[in-house]
Design a protein around this ligand. Structure first.
Ligand SMILES: [Fe+2]
Length: 365
C-alpha cells in the first residue's frame, strides 16, 4: 500500500472512532446569541451515578446559592472532605418559568471551578426549592413544574432509567453502606404537590394557615410511610427544603399547613424509625431545633443551614425549639458521623467562610 493511501486509511479510522465515542457520550453544546455553537466542559457534565456501597461519615449540605453572587463557599466545603453533598433547594436563583434558562443556570454552576472540583470528589443528591422550581413560594399550580423537575434531574445526573425520573415529583431516597452502619437519606419534594398558600391581609404574618391543604400529595405520603417503615438503616436523615420543627416565624415552613406538620410528626412517632434526624434549608440563617415527640425514644432534631451566598437581614427570631444559637453568617452544614456499634454519634456543625466552625452540637443516639 502506498504511503498516502495508508495515511488516508489511518485518518479515516481515527475519525470513525472519534465519531463513535462522541455519539455514545454526547458533550452538551450551547448556542450563543451570535449563533456560534460552543462545546461545553466535558468533565463538568460527565454523568456521575450515585454509588451507595459505602456509608458516608462526613456529609455536607446547604441551600440558597445565588449564581449572581461570588461562589466562594465551595473551597471551604471541600476542606471538610465530605463524601456526600445534599442540596436543600435554591441551588440557583433562576426565578424563571423558562426551562431553557433554568438549565443554563444549572450548567453555569456545574462549570464553576470550585463546584466542579467538589463534584469530582463528592457524591451529590438533593432537591429544588422555589427559586429553582420556577416561582417564588411556588406550588403544585406551577405550569412548568415538569420542566423544572427535568432540569433538576439532569443537574443531579439522575440516570434516565431511575424510577425518580419516571414518576411525578422529585422526591427520592438512598441507602448507603452495609450492615449496622447503614444511613438512609429520604429527600422530600415540598413544591410539586403542595397546595396554595393564601397571603395574610392583616400583615401579622405572610400567610394564613392552610388547615386542609397538602404539602406532599397522596403518592408521596404513601411513599414516605413505606420508606420509613422499610428502612434498614440505623441513621435516617429526612431532608426537607423548608423547616419542619421551627414553627413561630412568618416564612415558609411545614407549620403553614398545621395538619400536615402534625401528620408528619405523628407518622414519625408511630413508625419510630431508627435515629431520625431532619435537615432543612430556605431560611438564610442556620439553627438547630429540637423537640421530644411522644413515643419516640430519642429527641428529634431539625438542623437548618442556609444560605451559601447570602443571609437574611434582621436579628432575633423566636423559636422555642432552638438549641444553641441562630447563626446569621453565610454557612453550610456538616454532619460528622461516628459509630458506637449500631448507634450513631452525629456532630452537627455549622461552618462558613474559611471553614470557620460557628457551632457544633453533638447527638449521641
Ligand atoms: Fe433562598
Amino acid at each position: 500500500m502506498k504511503k498516502a493511501s495508508l495515511f488516508f486509511l489511518v485518518t479515516l479510522c481515527v475519525q470513525l472512532l472519534a465519531f463513535v465515542v462522541v455519539a455514545q457520550n454526547p458533550i452538551p453544546k450551547e448556542t450563543s446569541k451570535s449563533g456560534v455553537v460552543q462545546v461545553m466542559d466535558a468533565e463538568a457534565f460527565a454523568p456521575k451515578p450515585i454509588d451507595t456501597s459505602v456509608a458516608p461519615t462526613i456529609i455536607a449540605f446547604g441551600s440558597c446559592n445565588k449564581m449572581a453572587l461570588p461562589q466562594t463557599m465551595w473551597q471551604h466545603v471541600i476542606a471538610n472532605n465530605p463524601q456526600l453533598w445534599i442540596w436543600l433547594g435554591d441551588i440557583i436563583y433562576a426565578d424563571t418559568t423558562d426551562t431553557r434558562a433554568l438549565a443554563a443556570h444549572y450548567r453555569r454552576l456545574k462549570t464553576t471551578p470550585d463546584y466542579k472540583k467538589m463534584r469530582s470528589r463528592t457524591q451529590i443528591i438533593g432537591v429544588y426549592d422555589d427559586h429553582d422550581y420556577g416561582v417564588n413560594d411556588g406550588c403544585k399550580n406551577h405550569p412548568m413544574k415538569k420542566g423544572a423537575k427535568k432540569c433538576l434531574m439532569d443537574f443531579l445526573d439522575v440516570p434516565m432509567n431511575s424510577p425518580v425520573r419516571k414518576r411525578e415529583g422529585a422526591y427520592s431516597s438512598y441507602t448507603f453502606g452495609k450492615g449496622a452502619q447503614r444511613i438512609k437519606f429520604i429527600v422530600l419534594d415540598t413544591r410539586y404537590f403542595r397546595d396554595t398558600l393564601e397571603k395574610d391581609t392583616t400583615r401579622l404574618r405572610r400567610y394564613n394557615p392552610n388547615m386542609q391543604g397538602d404539602i406532599l400529595g397522596e403518592a408521596q405520603w404513601r411513599w414516605l410511610e413505606k420508606e420509613l417503615r422499610t428502612s434498614t438503616a440505623n441513621l435516617n436523615v429526612l431532608c426537607s427544603s423548608i423547616q419542619i420543627i421551627s414553627d413561630e416565624h412568618k416564612h415558609e415552613k411545614w407549620g403553614n399547613f398545621p395538619n400536615q406538620r402534625k401528620k408528619l410528626l405523628s407518622l414519625i412517632s408511630s413508625v419510630q424509625p431508627k435515629n431520625l434526624l431532619i435537615i432543612s434549608g430556605d431560611r438564610h440563617m442556620a439553627e438547630v431545633s429540637k423537640m421530644q415527640l411522644e413515643g419516640l425514644p430519642y429527641p428529634l432534631y431539625d438542623f437548618t443551614s442556609s444560605g451559601l451566598t447570602h443571609i437574611r437581614s434582621g436579628n432575633e427570631e423566636i423559636n422555642r425549639y432552638r438549641v444553641g444559637d441562630m447563626i446569621l453568617k453565610k454557612n453550610f452544614g456538616v454532619l460528622k458521623i461516628t459509630w458506637n456499634g449500631d448507634k450513631p454519634i452525629v456532630a452537627m456543625q455549622v461552618r462558613g467562610q474559611m471553614n470557620e466552625l460557628f457551632q457544633e452540637i453533638v447527638v449521641k443516639y
